[in-house]
Design a protein around this ligand. Sequence first.
Ligand code: C5P
Ligand code: MG
Length: 293
Amino acid sequence: MAHRFLSRRVCQPQYSFLKEQSSIPRAFHPQFPKTPARRTYATGESGPNPKPGQSPFKVWPFIAITLAGSGAYALMVNSRTEQIAAPKKDVPVFSPSKVTVLFVLGGPGAGKGTQCANLVRDYNFTHLSAGDLLRAEQDRPDSEFGQLIKDYIKDGKIVPMEVTVQLLENAMTDVVKQAGGKGKFLIDGFPRKMDQALKFEETVVPSKFVLFFDCPEEEMQKRLLKRGKTSGRTDDNEESIKKRFKVFVDTSMPVVDYFRKKNQVVQVIATKSPDEVYKETKEKLEQRLGKDF
Ligand code: C5P
Ligand code: MG
C-alpha cells in the first residue's frame, strides 16, 4: 500500500513538469521564449551594442532562475525522501517487561536441545525450538509451506524468515494467553540469520540475550552422525551436515557477533559431557540473571 501511494505521489503532474524541465535543455524547451537569449536579456544600460570587454549578457537572471529551480527540486526530493525514509514501524507484540526471551544458539549438534530440556526442568522456561516448529509445519497436511520447508531443511538452508518468525509468534501467543499475559522462553536454534533477528525483535519482542554453546565441528559431526542412526531426520547425514556447518559459519555466526557487540552473549563451552556443560550453563546464567531467574 505504502509503495503504491508513493508512486502515485511521484507521478503527479507538477512533478512531471519538473522532470521534463530538468531533462530538456532550457533553450530547446517548447515553453522557452522563441526570441534569442541575447535580445531578451541585453537591454538596459549595456544596450544592444555593449562596450568592448563588457559582456552582452546580464548573468544575474540566469543565476536567479537556476537557484529557484534548484530550490524547487530540492524541496521535491526532500518531500519524497521523507516519505521513503519513514515507513510504517512495526510495534512488538509483547513487552520485554512481561515476556522474557533468551535466544539459544550454537552449531548443529552443539547440544542446544539437551541443555534447554535441563533449563525447562529447573527454571520453568517454555522451550520453543525453531527447527521443531518448522518440522511440525512441514508435516501439517494443509500447510502451504510444507514442501518449501522440506527442501530448505534437507539442504541445510535457512527457511525464509517470515515463516519461522510467524510460527514462533503463534506458539508464544498461545503460551502467553494461557499464562495470563506473561512468559519466559528459550528460543532454540533461532535467530540463525540477521534478518530473523531483526524481524523478531522488531515485531515480536526484544530478547534479553543469547545463550551461545560453543563447540568444535569435529565434536558436533560425531554427535550428529550418532544421532542420525535413530533421529529419522533428513539432514543428519554427512552431506547435509557439511552444508549446515557452512551455513552456520557464514550466516549464523554473524548473528552471535552482532549480539556480542551489544554485550548480549553468554557463552558456554559445549565440548564436555552434558552434565558438565549444564553446570557451566547454570553458573553463567545465575551470574547474569541472579539465582531466581
Ligand atoms: O535447529 P535445527 O537443527 O533443528 O534446524 C534444522 C533446520 O531447520 C536448519 O538446518 C534449517 O534448515 C531450518 N531452520 C531455519 N531457521 C531456524 C532454525 C532452523 O531455517 N531459525
Ligand atoms: Mg535442536
